[in-house]
Write a protein that binds this ligand. Structure first.
Ligand code: AMP
Length: 282
């Protein structure tokens, strides 16, 4: 398995093996790989001649120092997992210095307001960090197709917006959420939960499923109230937000309009570990 730790080496390799006829699939990750990540890679391997996976914990997208410090870094076992999937995966695991060249700061982006909702509201600067790293990685990897999970639905919409606005030559492909047996969305941060917390965290997805059920008959405010009440009773959890929003603008729903797609979004703390999830409502 080829593992590159500098952008210069990766670029040189890609130049030597690719041509205009070759398609490159790209899966950007922050490592601590789980089946959700692997499903994106499987898709990329199926649809492209080459697949590049990046593993990089991007400091500029963290607004919380402790979250960045405690983010799991497990390169060795990540490589083992990818080897089992397909030895032909090209791994890019650069250092912060290699990517940021001494200036670990974000560029400012305008994502037509998508950045001001939900994760953007609660994690100031997060999407400037995401935009900065994704744009930089796209420049280095020059992918034909890039794969993102719907678990980070707002991120997916933001990356699509960035590509559209900057007219970047890449297809951004969203893929469904992989879940644990109990419904908990797989996440690298789940590694920081105890077995008991993981079991209890099933309530996040259960709440989303129930909200979907209620969406048929109740209005958004009633559902929001119900979710807030539910989490007040759950002392192990702290609800940060629950929102029902238009899938394309991410603006909170006012009245349901026929033909529009809606989605529920949730962020919950289990102790200091922050988990997010989302579900399509119609
Ligand atoms: P991360 O390493 O958390 O930055 O995630 C890398 C990519 O994997 C992102 O596009 C995520 O949306 C995606 N991803 C994370 N968790 C899941 C999951 N449970 N199912 C599918 N995709 C996921």
């Amino acid at each position: 398995m080829l593992i590159f730790s500098t952008q210069a080496d990766l670029k040189a390799h890609l130049k030597s093996v690719s041509s205009s006829k070759i398609t490159i699939g790209f899966v950007p990750t922050m490592g601590a790989l789980h089946k959700g990540h692997l499903s994106l890679m499987t898709e990329s391997l199926k649809e492209n001649d080459l697949t590049v996976v990046s593993i990089f914990v991007n400091p500029t997208q963290f607004n919380n120092k402790e979250d960045l410090e405690k983010y799991p870094r497990t390169l060795e076992s990540d490589v083992e997992k990818m080897k089992t999937l397909d030895d032909a995966i090209i791994v890019f695991a650069p250092s912060v210095d290699d990517i940021y060249e001494g200036k670990t700061i974000s560029q400012s982006f305008d994502f037509d307001g998508l950045e001001n909702q939900m994760e953007g509201k609660h994690r100031p600067g997060h999407f400037d960090g995401v935009g900065t790293i994704v744009k930089r990685l796209f420049e280095i990897v020059t992918p034909t197709n890039a794969y993102f999970g719907e678990k980070d639905f707002q991120q997916l919409q933001i990356v699509k917006k960035m590509v559209e606005k900057a007219k970047l030559p890449v297809n951004v492909i969203g893929r469904p959420i992989f879940r644990e047996k109990n419904g908990l969305a797989m996440s690298s941060r789940n590694e920081r939960l105890t077995a008991e917390e993981k079991e209890k965290a099933a309530i996040i997805n259960k709440t989303l499923l129930e909200a979907k059920e209620q969406f048929g008959t109740k209005n958004a405010n009633e559902i929001i109230e119900w979710v807030e009440k539910t989490f007040k009773k759950e002392t192990d959890f702290k609800l940060e937000y629950f929102e029902i929003a238009d899938e394309s603008t991410l603006l909170p729903i006012e009245t349901k309009v026929d033909g529009k797609k809606y989605r529920a979004f949730i962020a919950v703390f289990v102790n200091e570990i922050r988990l997010i999830d989302t579900i399509s409502l119609n």
